[in-house]
Design a protein around this ligand. Structure first.
Ligand code: NAP
Length: 259
């Protein structure tokens, strides 16, 4: 399917691996030129070169921490007029409500709420002027149903979701479309680290921890980064202009809800 976005330019944050990489690959397959970001230079450059070779698009790699003001400025300087923005960053650590102090919340809010908000604020005026823009925020299924060990994530992502609900309706008249993608468990390093923590806590093997989690998902497996990326690319396509301010769950049916 031709997504109608060939030749456009996208910033994809936190994209050397995992879900961000899946989004970058799918946008590149649709002919979109990319500015991709991650903190570690080696894997980021490798990702950029693999994407260039596979899809023949321009890929600029910007190694920096997207959760800092300096990092965001570097990424924005590499791309002065993006048509597409995919907001993503590492998730907060697991724990219990009793573990976290104010500083832990500030870190989580900075990374998973204020970073995407600041990037949206920076790119939206240009998109509105040009009359076209697509923004996808990678959040989490925890927005629909809280995950007990991820209280920091539950809190920060709920804040971002509230911001998007209001803001998406304010920029839609100028052709800027913002939506959130809510991953359930996907096969990435993040899933591995959460399973490792669960295995240690429950005193079971990593394999058993994963099998136990798979059993809770109606699809009986973890999602793939390719599936996630394809959904992101569709939300960035010409065909997604009437999908405004939505929270789209990709969780293999794990969240047991009618709506
Ligand atoms: P991942 O496999 O660990 O990949 C994370 C990617 O982000 C890497 O490229 C990493 O590279 C980069 N990154 C991390 N922190 C960054 C920062 N501060 N600045 C720039 N780049 C950064 O993680 P993932 O599974 O794709 O998860 C992505 C997001 O989705 C996270 O917020 C996670 O909590 C959320 N999520 C994931 C799942 C899941 O099942 N995988 C489910 C729900 C929600 P560097 O380390 O080199 O920076």
């Amino acid at each position: 399917m031709d997504l109608g976005i060939k030749g456009k330019t996208a910033i994809v944050c936190a994209a050397s691996k995992g879900l961000g990489r899946g989004c970058a690959e799918a946008l590149a397959e649709a002919g979109v030129n990319l500015v991709i970001n991650a903190r570690t230079e080696g894997p980021l450059e490798e990702a950029a070169s693999a994407i260039r070779d596979r899809h023949g698009v321009e890929v600029t790699a910007v190694a920096c921490d997207i959760t800092t003001e300096e990092g965001r400025a570097k990424v924005l300087a590499a791309c002065d007029a993006p048509d597409i923005l995919v907001n993503n960053a590492g998730g907060p650590p697991p724990g219990l409500w009793s573990d976290w102090e104010r500083d832990d919340f500030i870190k989580a809010l900075d990374a998973n709420m204020l970073t995407p908000i600041m990037l949206m604020k920076a790119v939206m005026p240009g998109m509105m002027e040009r009359g076209w823009g697509r923004i996808v925020n990678v959040t989490s299924q925890s927005v629909k149903a809280p995950i007990p060990v991820l209280g920091l994530s539950n809190s920060a992502r709920a804040g971002l979701t509230g911001y998007v609900a209001g803001t998406s309706r304010q920029v839609a008249p100028q052709g800027v479309v913002i939506n959130n993608l809510l991953p359930g468990i996907h096969d990435t390093d993040r899933a591995l680290s959460l399973d490792t923590a669960a295995a240690a806590q429950q005193k079971v093997s990593l394999d058993d921890a994963r099998k136990a989690r798979e059993a809770t998902i109606p699809a009986r497996r973890y999602g793939t980064t390719a599936e996630f990326g394809a959904t992101c690319a569709f939300l960035c396509s010409q065909y997604a202009g009437f999908i405004v301010g939505q929270n789209i769950l990709l969780d293999g049916g794990a969240t047991n809800a009618t709506l």
